[in-house]
Structure formats: structure tokens, C-alpha cells
Design a protein around this ligand. Structure first.
Ligand code: ZN
Length: 255
């Protein structure tokens, strides 16, 4: 690992720490800048040396220094994920506009994933600016044309809207929320329309394996609703980072 690669990893750790703040505060309608980090239990300010990504969690054994309240494993998980994604993006693109843009895209998908897991919502305050950012990035980024981006937005959002409408007519209840529709529109705007079928395929396979497994383990059967947003987000991130091996697997796999 070169110094620059190590730096991309450390940058990811710090960004991940900020993403945790977004995950907790956006659904509550709180500012993501002020006040500084506080313990969710005793409201004590977290000192800078107790706020070091991952390291503080290990040193404090996942507990608040002042009240001993249990700190969610989500904190280090988000930090390490963001660090790994930042590192892989840096290896792929180097220090470039693509690295910065896709790191922003992946970061918003991580925030969406954890908010959707916790609250079963995908806030418009992330997905709608995300759609606009996707269109703008297609003008700046070299590997995607604005036409692909717009078709991606319309085809992604439109097809999910249609599925939601059909489901609503047959079942008489909402199967897919508006949040999922805006999320796939955002992914389409960022990645163009071509990867969408594969992204949805990866998401569905993960949804069946992970979501189905979780339902079996929890014993709640098919009554419990599982958010689809996290799987869509993970599908998009996996495709973005591992596009080449995925395509060579899909198109050269002997039938
Ligand atoms: Zn505390």
C-alpha cells in the first residue's frame, strides 16, 4: 500500500465518521454540523480522543466513556466500509474527479442504506439532490454521457414506478415505496441505463439470500417487510467497484 493509498483509506475512515452523524441526524431532522458529537444516552460531549474512527470503538470496547452505554456496531462498520470503498476507488481512478464524484455517490448510498435499515425510509433530502448530482456528474465525468444519465433516470424510476403500480393494483397494498423509486432513479442518473438490469439482478439475489435468511432466522416469515433500498445501494456499489469481473463473468460464462 503506497502512502497515497493509505491516505485514501484514512480519508474514508474520517468520512465514514461523518456519515454516521448523517445517518443519526438526518431522520431526526437535526443539523449535521452542530452540535458536536454527543453520547445518545447521557448526552455527554464525546472528546476528540474518544472520537477517532474505529480505534476509539476498540479502545472503549464499544461503550461510552462516561456512562458505559453500548455504542452501536454500526459506527465502526460504516467507517471501515467507507474506508475500503475509498481505497478501492482510489486504486481504480487515482486522484481524479472520478474518485471524488464516485466517493460522494457511494457515501450517499451508505447513508441511504443505514437510514432505510433503521427507519424504513429513504429521505428525499438525499435522493433528490442525488438525482441532480448524477445528471451534473454525467456532464463532468468522462465515462458517461448526459443522454445515458437521463435515460437511466427515466428508465430506472419509470420501471420501478410501473412495478409499484402493478403491485398496488393486484395486491391492493404498497409493495414498493416512493423512496425506492427515487433511489433507482438516482442510481440510473449516476450510472446510466446500461448497468441497471445487472444492478437490479445483484440486488435481488442479495435480497433473497440475506433478506430471506434474516426472515428465516428471526422466524417472522413473510409478514415482516424488508427494505429494498439497502440491497439496491449495495448492488450499485458492487457494480461500480467490480464492473469488469462482473461483466466478464456474465458474458464469458460457459452456458
Ligand atoms: Zn454516555
Amino acid at each position: 500500500m503506497s502512502v497515497a493509498e493509505l491516505f485514501s483509506f484514512l480519508l474514508g475512515l474520517c468520512l465514514g465518521s461523518f456519515l454516521n452523524v448523517c445517518i443519526y441526524r438526518i431522520p431526526a431532522g437535526e443539523s449535521i454540523i452542530n452540535p458536536p458529537s454527543r453520547c445518545p444516552f447521557c448526552k455527554e460531549h464525546i472528546r476528540f480522543y474518544d472520537n477517532i474512527p474505529v480505534l476509539s470503538y476498540i479502545i472503549l470496547r464499544g461503550r461510552c466513556r462516561s456512562c458505559g452505554g453500548k455504542i452501536s456496531i454500526q459506527y465502526p462498520v460504516v467507517e471501515i466500509s467507507e474506508a475500503l470503498f475509498s481505497y478501492i476507488l482510489f486504486i481504480k481512478f487515482g486522484l481524479s474527479i472520478e474518485y471524488i464524484a464516485y466517493l460522494a455517490f457511494i457515501s450517499s448510498l451508505i447513508v441511504i442504506t443505514f437510514i432505510d435499515l433503521r427507519h424504513m425510509i429513504i429521505p428525499d433530502i438525499i435522493s433528490i439532490p442525488g438525482i441532480i448530482a448524477g445528471i451534473v456528474s454525467s456532464i463532468i465525468l468522462p465515462h458517461i454521457h448526459i443522454i445515458d444519465s437521463i435515460i437511466g433516470l427515466v428508465a430506472g424510476g419509470g420501471s420501478f414506478y410501473l412495478i409499484a403500480l402493478i403491485f398496488l393494483n393486484i395486491k391492493g397494498k404498497e409493495g414498493m415505496g416512493g423512496g425506492d423509486i427515487k433511489l433507482i432513479a438516482m442510481i440510473g442518473a449516476w450510472m446510466g441505463w446500461r448497468p441497471l438490469p445487472i444492478v437490479v439482478l445483484i440486488s435481488s439475489i442479495m435480497g433473497i439470500i440475506i433478506g430471506g435468511g434474516a426472515l428465516l432466522v428471526s422466524g417472522e416469515g413473510l409478514k415482516k417487510r424488508i427494505p429494498f433500498g439497502p440491497f439496491l445501494s449495495m448492488g450499485a456499489i458492487i457494480y461500480l467497484l467490480f464492473k469488469e469481473p462482473i461483466l466478464s463473468f456474465l458474458y464469458r460464462y460457459p452456458a
